[in-house]
Ligand binder design. Sequence first.
Ligand code: PMP
Length: 360
Amino acid sequence: MSRVYNFSAGPAMLPVEVLKEAASEMLDYQGSGMSVMEMSHRSQVFQNIIDEAEADLRDLLNIPDNYKVLFLQGGASQQFAAVPMNLMKNGVADYIVTGQWSKKAAQEAEKYGKVNVIASSADKTFSYIPDCSDLPIDDDADYVYICENNTIYGTKYKELPNTKGKTLVADVSSCFLSEPHDVEKYGVLYGGVQKNIGPAGVVIAIIREDLIRDDVLPGTPTMLKYKTQADKGSLYNTPPCYGIYICGKVFKWLKKQGGLAAMKEHNEKKAKILYDYLDQSKMFKGTVVPKDRSLMNVPFVIGDKDLEAKFVKEADAAGFVNLKGHRTVGGMRASIYNAMPIEGVEALVEFMKKFEKENA
Ligand code: PMP
């Protein structure tokens, strides 16, 4: 078996321990005589899996009792619609646009109400996070929306916006469980799990109970109404059972690593190795303002398309895969989520040094 260092933005690397454990349980999950893929979602065995996953996640994030945890489907993209449908009571929301994902979320929300873009970093290709200390929040805004870590551009809010008392909604897809999140500061935080937590197909939404209501926008599909899912413990219909099972294993793995504070320390150490190298390299340059750099997604460029293509090709051949930047940005991007070991980042930097020397 030979595993590569996979720098994909998602779906991304999962901990080897988790994969091995899942493999060992594939044919017979704990004496049930079947895999979790083959099991009824109404069985006690699966109920235990989802209950344990939720309990471990609550533990990891210190989720207060007045927040519900929902395991949903439809990708993070489906939440772009579900959020306004469930939350736009006054029909107004404020969006901060710091990249493609928040832009898409704002565009989707426009179908359901009035959207104010109250700040944006589009003027400098989303290479920074705007000052959010004193924004023109609409008095009628039902919520203020952010994408907390911008997967494509590699920026991250180091401080949450001052929402002046309004509900904060955050897409945390690409920084989920990479560090502690202070759940009480959010009305809703949600993310697709395919970067830091599990296989694609599961979205986890953590929602303050008072935001889970019956009076959603008229026409809201039953499946998109948070109350439908909350009332049924994420089992209104068949959930993504296998994905939830893997998420549960990753929660246990995170607890074994020392929890989210330990993960943050580990992720800071990892990212520093790469950023330190980028800051002194004469060939490679990071694209983000240092204070807003993401710990998870590190975009960088050479500024010469042919050399960039050569780098990506040679890196791939050397076992550092998926380093090509997003098609809208070009260059390279190394996504270094929780499961990327420190050795992977160290080895990448050694490879970059060698490439720089050979191509100077
Ligand atoms: N938000 C963010 C921050 C993302 O990175 C992505 C996907 N890369 C999405 C939303 C969309 O997620 P999905 O493909 O699960 O709909």
